[in-house]
Ligand binder design. Structure first.
Ligand code: ADP
Ligand code: MG
Length: 391
């Protein structure tokens, strides 16, 4: 059995009750924003490439209202966040800007407050989420975008566009938690629409909704619940390899390279860097092809591209791990599965599987039985992006 998807109404109820208990009145405002899963297009964002995520029915909810205390007072109900679960700080001003500091989770909040256009007035809020923290389903962006949406309602000042809002939230994550993330997570959390995935061009920042509305098709997310400790050099070294190969090929980014060009210069590139670049060049092409296949309802092709993406991440980019490989293999051996791949940065986290709705239970059973660890499953359909919700 997959994890039950907690309905938004239940989550709101929990947040409202906690707000009432802490602040002695019902919250006048509420907003929510979703987590996401990337269907295909991994490690392409920092190469000016394409990514193809969908928003999840797993969401972060923020409830609250103005405060007479002169402070911004925020409490999280997330058990996985570091202590203390409640923070207070003065609204930032030019003379006294906000600065990052412990607890770690509060930096996602402060980053958004600091980057909210035109500043905020004192407020009090409670946040809660069904997006698992740190599992690669983007609990961080869902928090940022939900809080930004809440602040829009609080101040009556909306961002110029959803793109602007997503970029402010990305900036928040760069500046306060200090995570140099790409644009995917905040874009899909702000712009997702039910029954659609979103093809995002990380160079032009243009995005295109692609229908994924066939109810006979399911997306199964499997959280391996492992996260391998990294030395810290894995991502920077891959980024550097990609950027160096692009320079050597004489192109602005690997987005502009073809396999023909890469093959032509093979002798000038180390064997490892060649494989890193081959992953990126082929992954961008696969992502474009997969978006077309999804749009055509050609799930067999989309699934094959997902399997190829996994093989490329495992063999060429070397960011998979034994657990993700095992889950991918188990899933792709099940009847009615079109394709499966690791999703997210790698070295742990989740896989995403595209399959017939009638095969979901068999696929979960096979993965549970054959997996060496303990996995968690979510069956999802593409959900809506951030929005204000009635309290
Ligand atoms: P992911 O975005 O894949 O879940 P990240 O490492 O980018 O993983 O972000 C996880 C961090 O975001 C958490 O460790 C926590 O600091 C913060 N966070 C996310 N959701 C919440 C929440 N509901 N309450 C408090 N902190 C949160
Ligand atoms: Mg994140």
């Amino acid at each position: 059995m997959a994890e039950p998807i907690v309905p938004l109404e239940s989550l709101l109820k929990e947040a409202r009750a906690a707000f009432q208990a802490e602040f002695g009145r019902p919250p006048p405002l509420a907003a929510c924003a979703p987590g996401r899963v990337n269907l295909i297009g991994e490690h392409t964002d920092y190469n000016d490439g394409l990514v193809f995520p969908m928003a999840l029915p797993l969401v972060t909810v923020v409830v609250g209202g103005p405060s007479a205390s002169g402070q911004c007072h925020v409490t999280t109900l997330a058990a996985g966040a570091d202590q203390p679960l409640s923070v207070q700080f003065a609204p930032p001003s030019a003379a006294a800007p906000l600065t990052p500091g412990p607890p770690a989770w509060s930096n996602y909040v402060k980053g958004v407050v600091a980057n909210f256009k035109g500043g905020v007035e004192p407020f009090e809020a409670v946040l809660t989420s069904t997006v698992p923290l740190g599992a690669g389903l983007s609990s961080s962006a869902s928090l940022e975008v939900a809080l930004y949406t809440f602040l829009e309602a609080l101040t009556g000042r909306a961002a110029e566009s959803l793109r602007e809002k997503a970029l402010q939230c990305q900036k928040a994550e760069h500046e306060f938690p200090g995570m140099p993330c790409g644009i995917m997570d905040q874009f899909i959390s702000a712009m997702g629409q039910a029954d659609n995935a979103l093809l995002i061009d990380c160079r032009s920042l243009e995005s295109t909704l692609v229908p994924l509305a066939d109810h006979q098709i399911s997306v199964l997310i499997t959280n391996s619940n492992v996260r391998h400790a990294l030395t810290g050099s894995e991502y920077p070294s891959r980024r550097r390899a990609c950027h160096e190969t692009a320079r050597l090929l004489g192109v602005k980014a690997l987005r502009d390279a073809s396999m023909a060009l890469l093959d032509e210069r093979k002798a000038d590139i180390s064997e490892e860097d060649f494989r890193r670049a081959r992953h990126v060049v082929t992954e961008i092409a696969r992502t474009e092809a997969a978006a077309t296949a999804f749009a055509d309802g050609d799930y067999a092709t989309a699934g094959r591209l997902m399997n190829e993406s996994h093989a490329s991440l495992r063999n060429d980019f070397e960011v998979s791990c034994a657990e993700l490989d095992q889950l991918q293999e188990l899933a792709s051996s099940v009847d009615g599965v079109f394709g499966s791949r690791m999703t997210g940065g790698g070295f742990g986290g989740c896989t995403v599987t595209l399959l017939k709705q009638t095969s979901v239970e068999a696929c979960i059973a096979r993965m549970r039985e054959g997996f060496s660890g303990k996995a968690t499953f979510y069956v999802c359909r593409p959900a809506d992006g951030a929005r204000v919700v009635p309290t």
